[in-house]
Write a protein that binds this ligand. Structure first.
Ligand code: AMP
Ligand code: MG
Length: 405
């Protein structure tokens, strides 16, 4: 029984409706990679701005070459960045380069490979079609047309479009700061060899990397013992950031102080416990003045999964991104998966294309959410709904693609 647990869809809906879009600022185009556009961008000129040659060759009138081969006089040349300012007369042609304006009177370009030049004459060896190899003015976009929508995330392609639209700095949503705090009296730094009941802290490091990969700024708050007062002090500090991600201390154990301390620090808990596996005890809340808090269960795979499916969408929502959810695809299983219980289940997996380019997914062996080793191979998560039957080799399953190096 899921009892009072909310579904993943409810949890995601709550996160996305609670997180408000952050402030806007302007960044130079060179620094804009990964940012989300806060206003639409329109181009200020026609694209292309003039009729231009798309090949190196000869600009001419198609009607002059009704049959091939056919000889025309070469009366001038047009280079990129220059041009030929007179109008072409019948029987004439202009030597032209890719990117040069097509001279008046010309209605096609014959590629140089289909010609033979002798002195001031050119032998045209193929019959051209009207308009061939000419990029017409405004064929791509008219001046004033919106070429990038608000909410789009700027990748290299979008940056090329912004540059061609005449933009040198772009209005974007500020990327959030994310405070990271690991809780647990058992935790030691990776540089320490654990003794007795100690465990190396890996969550602060995986969260740091995940936050950076999402383009946001991590603020390391270190580790804190399972001590209410210390936790309270560190949480207050973390709430100064846009987001606070706490690992551990969020379950039902006697020393799991995180929910209570968050409440005491003025955080309005929006949900605590979701019907997902791993990650059931996950918590989300909003601080009174500013800032949002996530409490992530301490097991490394739980941290990884809950970050991808709940924290990352929140970071994208703060940045006003139109696409907030991770990417889902369907892929064929190359290994069996177990039937699920009463929770939606996320299993670390490896997606690749088969010989025909179809996606296949290999479920990775993992021994529960405490084992971080499966994360070293995972580039995806297989998603199975609650009470789903076992999956066989060849079955199609839903997969979350993780944008990992
Ligand atoms: P908790 O959510 O605090 O009950 O922790 C669940 C499990 O995750 C326990 O076995 C913890 O020792 C382990 N754990 C908690 N925090 C970390 C961490 N930062 N790095 C690695 N393991 C952790
Ligand atoms: Mg703990």
């Amino acid at each position: 029984m899921t009892g009072s647990l909310i579904s993943f869809e409810q949890a995601e809906g709550t996160v996305l409706s609670t997180v408000q879009v952050g402030p806007i600022h302007s960044v130079p185009l060179r620094a804009a990679l990964g940012h989300v556009l806060a206003e639409p961008i329109a181009c200020d000129v026609d694209q292309p701005p003039f009729d231009r040659a798309m090949m190196d060759g000869y600009a001419l009138r198609a009607a002059d070459v009704a049959t091939a081969p056919c000889t025309l006089i070469v009366v001038g040349e047009a280079a990129a960045g220059g041009g030929y300012d007179q109008s072409l007369r019948p029987g004439e042609s202009i030597q032209i380069n890719t990117g040069a304006p097509v001279p008046k009177g010309c209605d096609c370009v014959v590629p140089v490979e289909q010609t033979q030049r002798t002195g001031s004459e050119v032998l045209v060896q193929s019959v051209p079609k009207q308009g061939q190899h000419i990029g017409l003015r405004a064929a791509y976009a008219k001046a004033g047309m919106i070429v990038l929508e608000e909410g789009c995330q700027l990748g290299p392609g979008q940056i090329a479009v912004a540059a061609s639209a005449g933009v040198s700095s772009v209005p974007v949503y500020r990327r959030p700061t994310v405070a990271i705090l690991a809780t647990g009296s058992e935790l030691v730094e990776p540089s320490c060899k654990p003794t007795g009941s100690q465990i190396r802290d890996s969550n602060r490091y995986v969260l740091d990397a995940l936050v950076r990969q999402a383009g946001c700024r991590p603020v390391d708050l270190g580790t804190v013992r399972d001590d209410r007062d210390q936790l309270c002090e560190r949480i207050r500090q973390g709430l100064g950031c846009d987001f606070l991600c706490i690992s551990g201390g969020v379950s039902m154990g006697q020393y799991d102080y995180v929910p209570g301390v968050l409440k005491a620090c003025g955080v309005d808990i929006k949900f605590h416990k979701v019907a997902i596996k791993p990650g059931k005890p996950v918590l989300f809340g909003a601080a009174k003045e500013a800032g949002y808090a996530f409490g992530l269960p301490g097991n490394p795979v739980s941290v990884f999964v809950t970050f991808w499916i709940l924290v990352r969408p929140a970071l994208m929502a703060f940045q006003g991104a139109a696409a907030k959810r991770p990417r889902f695809v369907s892929a064929q299983l190359t290994g069996a998966v177990k039937a699920t219980g009463d929770r939606q289940t996320y299993q670390p997996a490896y997606v690749r294309a088969d010989d025909e380019g179809r996606l296949e997914v290999e479920p990775l062996v993992w021994h529960g959410s405490g084992n971080p080793l499966a994360l070293a191979q995972a580039n995806a998560l297989i998603v199975a709904n609650s009470n789903a039957p076992a999956g066989e080799v060849g079955d199609s399953v839903f997969v979350v693609l993780l944008d990992l190096p």
